[in-house]
Design a protein around this ligand. Structure first.
Ligand SMILES: [Zn+2]
Length: 273
């Protein structure tokens, strides 16, 4: 039995020799096609978004079509048709998780490239049913506590607790669950050093409390998903180092929104990131 065709994941900056030869159907005379991606898992508004690297080899420039496929529906949700591609040069397309202004759902996606030469001979990177080649997972959020942790009090616990506590060693890195704009960075006797981030492409505000020290992020600063926000601490009214995390519905934190239960979201993010 033939093994499923391999695909490659490259660190940033593609090395042509690491691209993988096409495994999809095509004409024997069709252009040579190679592809690779830069990641298997990407996050919306993170430092790195998903890229497909590709190279075609043919005597003349080649027409290329790149489809982005939603794995759960099998549907093509985006198509790129770059100008005719020169032979033997590594090219790339990038997807940031948004189509026609709409942020797409968490899930599995994949690229498929079809090349057609000046005589009409074609080659494709992957077979229709190949769900692994140049596939990746896309997520809108990231788990913010970057170390060993346990869950403490949740939403509504006693005293009108409006968030979820996540205990971790003092000094554990805190990273943004969702990129966006820093709306508030302040100190409060109960919250300690805290940060409110207005999440990008959502009405939700993300609130981080009891940081060890003031966050290095400034009010008005745009942060990326996964960007460092500081460290877990116990500033303010806290016993034991933990993140007190809140989610607020639009229009946001003390702007007319309401805190809602952050626990299911945190646990879901924790399951994959
Ligand atoms: Zn708390």
């Amino acid at each position: 039995m033939a093994a499923l065709a391999a695909s490659a994941v490259l660190p940033s900056g593609a090395a042509a020799e690491d691209l993988v030869r096409a495994s999809g159907p095509g004409d024997p005379e069709g252009p040579r096609v190679e592809t690779a991606t830069n990641a298997r898992k990407v996050y919306y508004r993170a430092e790195e978004s998903i890229k497909l690297y590709y190279r075609v080899t043919d005597p003349k420039p080649v027409e290329v079509k790149i489809d982005l496929i939603n794995d759960s529906s099998g549907r093509v949700i985006e198509t790129w048709r770059p100008p005719p591609v020169e032979s033997d040069e590594v090219q790339r397309v990038r997807w940031r998780g948004v189509i026609d202004g709409d942020l797409r759902r968490d899930g599995r996606y994949r690229f498929r490239l079809t090349a057609e030469d000046s005589q009409g001979f074609t080659s494709s990177s992957a077979a229709e049913g190949d769900r692994d080649r140049d596939a990746f997972r896309f997520y809108r959020n990231y788990f913010p506590v970057r170390g060993r942790h346990t869950y403490g009090d949740g939403f509504g616990a006693g005293r009108g607790h409006r968030g979820q506590d996540v205990f971790a060693d003092c000094g554990t890195d805190l990273q943004a669950a969702r990129g966006g704009t820093v709306q508030t960075r302040a100190y409060h006797s109960a919250a300690g050093y805290y940060l409110v981030i207005d999440g990008k492409k959502t009405k939700v505000d993300y609130v981080y409390m009891h940081l060890r020290r003031p966050s290095p992020r400034r009010e008005g600063e745009r942060v990326r998903t996964g960007q460092r926000l500081g460290n877990v601490g116990q500033s303010g009214n806290a016993s034991g180092c933990h993140l007190h995390f809140e989610l607020w519905s639009g229009p946001g934190w003390y702007e007319g929104g309401d805190a809602f239960d952050a626990t299911p979201s945190l646990k879901y993010w924790d399951s994959y990131s």
